[in-house]
Ligand binder design. Structure first.
Ligand SMILES: Cc1ncc(C[n+]2csc(CCOP(=O)(O)OP(=O)(O)O)c2C)c(N)n1
Length: 621
């Protein structure tokens, strides 16, 4: 039988389908998503849960004239499939293929790109205001998950939209889950009753016929309605987020109100795939078999969680904080052992850091583990609440560097630039998972604001040596001496730097290799001494060029009258990097052992003449 999906070139085509055809299409969409994620990895459970919401929205609204903003946008696979991208869908998350998120350049139906949670309602407010300014009558709907709804920025947006009385609909997709079970009072109170809602039980479902627009919701939903009313929003719900005809009528009515309306839909994360319904945490974003980092080595996150747990058993001042990422940062491991010492604050990175500052004022030693990319949201709290107060808050900057398939919204290539500019901070990166343990011990011992950045995935596979020890702050580690060139490497960069030094040696070039360990403070004496001696320097890091470790070295040399030393910085160029396997993304920009060799060979000053000719290394003149 021909697939209906093949007939959907544009969302307008959905309106011509019968109910039976639409139901069949929902099944086809689920199957395509399951098959594609199986091959390419990606967000599975979130997408299976929004199939009916997507179909209802696209049947009622006329996208792209009407605007649908997908918060976070990791749940846009069904949307992609019905907006002309079904044929390209097998390329999802592949190099050069479709993004795993909404992407403005991919389709006019992706009115706003995203990847970070909580911004969709604000973008929707901007779009609705723009329509008003232009006297346009198009509708604006923002779709947001209950996990993302915990982001503080959402409330700022609701507050303004309600005040302006904008014609604007927020569709809250409430499945009770963030990546882990959702946390917080709002989720608990608004979600009351979710337990008795059963999408596969007709009798239970009948209790969830949508509240009519003008009808007062009954308890327990009065809480949700009161919450919305306080923000100037009309509350509709809860509605069954898998009952497409019902959703269509509610969305149509809400849009026609031409005022702020919040539709509260209950959905089941992973709907339609029993394995995803019963384990939406694991199947939130299953990966592919492709490993990140050394095979059989433990991940940096897991090593950190183990270390922190061990240290926390001995030191009751240690507490850990996660912003909705207990699984990803592995703090879930610590939570299982020391549940009272780990706080999941929801998708609230700014709050996480400011809360840590508060804890530190009371003599505790908070460790906040956040992915580099999400830490961007807490920049002011890092400056204002941690650094200016000079409080001993430790930032575990997870997923630092290129992360791979999630692409440009998720790469952690800016943290050095924004952290090393902040007075009072120590900023460090370990060369391997064992050093990660020592750096955290050092951070806990230091009584200072301290950030440690580490890569996604496995460590390099070194054994973990005994009890973590305190390292001297600001001291680098000389790994190998050499008289022609000095390679200063940071974190991830150390392993390829050592490999490059060996290859250079075979070419007759003696390279010194230094594990910088600290970006701030830099080891001034060692770096200047080696630079002065070799006159040729290569820096290596998994970060963008601008403001990174290499920039710090160049500044140091200039400030110490070594501005004439030749420097090549191996780092990612000043751009947003696409999705694909992390190693290939880095290698495409010379951030690899070969790239370091190439960079070294372009330095004109060193003792052995080595040059690149037509892509080949030529030793001698
Ligand atoms: C600022 C920010 N912090 C953390 C994340 C990681 N993250 C991606 S999806 C997600 C859970 C979102 O839950 P919800 O919005 O309820 O959507 P669901 O997947 O349950 O449909 C989290 C925490 C993020 N994308 N952005």
């Amino acid at each position: 039988m021909d697939r209906i999906l093949e007939r959907i070139a544009d969302p307008a085509d959905l309106r011509a389908l019968t109910d039976a055809e639409i139901d069949r299409l929902a099944g086809e969409i689920r199957q395509v998503i399951i098959d594609t994620v199986d091959a390419n990895g990606g967000h599975l459970a979130s997408n299976l849960g929004v199939v009916e919401i997507t179909l209802a929205l696209h049947r009622v609204l006329e996208s792209p004239r009407d605007k649908i903003v997908w918060d976070t946008s990791n749940q846009t696979y069904p949307h992609k499939l019905v907006t002309g991208r079904a044929a390209d869908f097998p390329t999802l998350r592949q190099p050069g293929g479709l993004s795993g998120f909404a992407a403005r350049e991919e389709s006019p139906h992706d009115v706003m790109g995203a990847g970070h949670a909580g911004t969709g309602v604000s973008a929707g407010v901007g779009i609705a205001v723009a329509a008003q300014l232009r006297d346009e009558t198009s509708a604006t709907v923002a779709v947001i998950g209950d996990g993302s709804f915990t982001s503080g920025v959402v409330f700022e947006a609701l507050n303004q939209a309600g005040d302006l009385g904008l014609p604007f609909v927020v569709l809250l997709n409430d499945n009770g889950m963030s990546i882990s079970p959702n946390v917080g009072a709002l989720s608990r109170n608004m979600g009351r009753g979710r337990e008795t809602w059963q999408p596969d039980d007709a009798e239970a479902r009948s209790r969830f016929t949508p509240t009519q627009m003008a009808t007062q919701p009954t308890q327990p939903y009065a809480d949700a309605a009161d919450f919305c009313a306080a923000f100037g929003f009309e509350y509709v719900g809860p509605v069954d987020g898998h009952d497409r005809p019902e959703l269509e009528s509610v969305i149509r009515a809400a849009v026609e109100r031409r005022r702020p309306v919040l539709i509260h839909a209950f959905t089941r994360k992973g709907m339609g795939l029993p394995a995803a319904e019963s384990d939406p945490v694991t199947l939130h974003q299953p990966g592919t078999a492709q490993a990140v980092g050394a095979a059989n080595a433990t991940s940096y996150s897991k090593v950190l969680a183990r270390t922190l747990t061990d240290l926390a058993h001995e030191d009751d001042r240690i507490v850990a904080i996660s912003a909705a990422m207990c699984e990803g940062t592995a703090l879930a491991d610590m939570q299982r052992e020391l549940p009272d010492r780990v706080f999941d604050v929801g998708i609230a990175e700014g709050h996480a850091v400011a809360m840590a500052a508060g804890l530190a004022t009371q003599g505790l030693r908070p460790v906040v583990c956040i992915y580099s990319t999400f830490l961007q949201r807490a920049f002011d709290q890092i400056v204002h609440d941690v650094a200016i107060q000079n409080l001993p808050v430790i930032l575990g900057v997870d997923r630092a560097g290129i992360v791979g398939d999630d692409g440009r919204t998720h790469h952690g290539v800016l943290d050095l630039a924004y952290l090393r500019a902040i007075p009072n901070f120590v900023v460090a990166a370990p060369k391997d998972e064992d050093e990660l343990r020592h750096l955290f011990r050092t951070a806990l011992d230091s009584d200072r604001p301290f950030a440690v950045r580490y890569s996604r995935g496995s460590g390099v596979g070194v054994p973990l040596s005994g009890t973590p020890r305190v390292l001297p702050i600001g001291r680098a580690e000389m790994l190998r001496d050499g008289s022609d060139i000095a390679i200063f490497a940071l974190g991830w960069g150390v392993a390829p730097a050592l490999e490059a030094a060996e290859r250079l040696e075979r070419l007759g070039v003696q390279a010194a290799v230094v594990n910088a360990r600290f970006v701030k403070p830099l080891d001034r004496d060692l770096i200047c001494e080696l630079a002065a001696r070799n006159r040729c320097v290569v820096t290596v890091e998994d970060h963008n060029l601008m403001g990174g470790f290499g920039s710090a070295v160049v500044e140091l040399l200039a400030d110490n009258d070594l501005g004439d030393v030749q420097v090549r910085r191996v780092a990612m160029p000043d751009m947003f990097h696409e999705h694909g396997p992390a190693d290939s993304i880095r290698a495409a920009h010379g951030v690899s052992a070969s790239g370091i060799v190439d960079a070294a060979c372009t330095l004109t000053d060193h003792a052995v003449a080595v040059r690149i000719d037509a892509g080949r290394l030529i030793v001698g003149s």
